[in-house]
Design a protein around this ligand. Structure first.
Ligand code: NI
Length: 171
């Protein structure tokens, strides 16, 4: 099943998502599968559950965009437990189509999360993967990448989105 991506402006994107407590259930498996499908349909490399309107602490990442099953990552209740160095690069978001901005993030990130069975694991990523970890975990905390750009740029994006929404061309 594919869900529509929730667009910037919807309150679900700007609130703290709820901790997952029920593991290995058919519902959780279905939801994670639907998240991957929805992400691939939108040609994204990462998706957080609030982006399909579900306020739960679940994120999926696949930098290969369905090319390599080994690169599929499921993060449930993730938290960043280590950061090293910094990187600046272009970032976008499926909930803000048409926009990209330079964002500074840690270059190496270690995450602690639970898998679909509820087992805790740790994983590390560098460069694009580190950026994806930060971006998706931000989503679970109600934060979009534009909170990391200047107020001036953020206001410009907000104004453009308002204009698109007025014209019926947003979401
Ligand atoms: Ni995003």
């Amino acid at each position: 099943m594919t869900y529509a991506i929730v667009m910037f402006g919807e309150p679900v994107l700007e609130k703290q998502a709820e901790t997952v407590t029920d593991f290995d259930s058919p519902e959780l498996h279905r939801l994670v599968d639907a998240m991957f499908e929805s992400m691939y349909a939108a040609k994204g490399v990462g998706l957080a559950a609030p982006q399909i309107g579900i306020s739960k602490r679940i994120a999926v990442i696949d930098l290969s965009v369905a090319e390599d099953p080994q690169q599929k990552i499921i993060l449930i209740n993730p938290e960043i437990i280590g950061k090293e160095e910094m990187q600046t690069g272009e970032e976008g978001c499926l909930s803000l189509p048409g926009f990209r901005e330079q964002v500074t993030r840690p270059r190496k990130v270690t995450v602690r999360a639970q898998n679909i069975k509820g087992e805790t694991f740790e994983t590390s990523g560098e460069e694009l993967l580190a950026r994806a970890f930060c971006h998706e975990i931000d989503h679970l905390n109600g934060r979009l990448y534009i909170s990391h750009v200047s107020a001036l740029k953020r206001d410009l994006i907000r104004r453009k989105v308002r204009k698109l929404a007025k014209a019926g061309e947003w979401g």
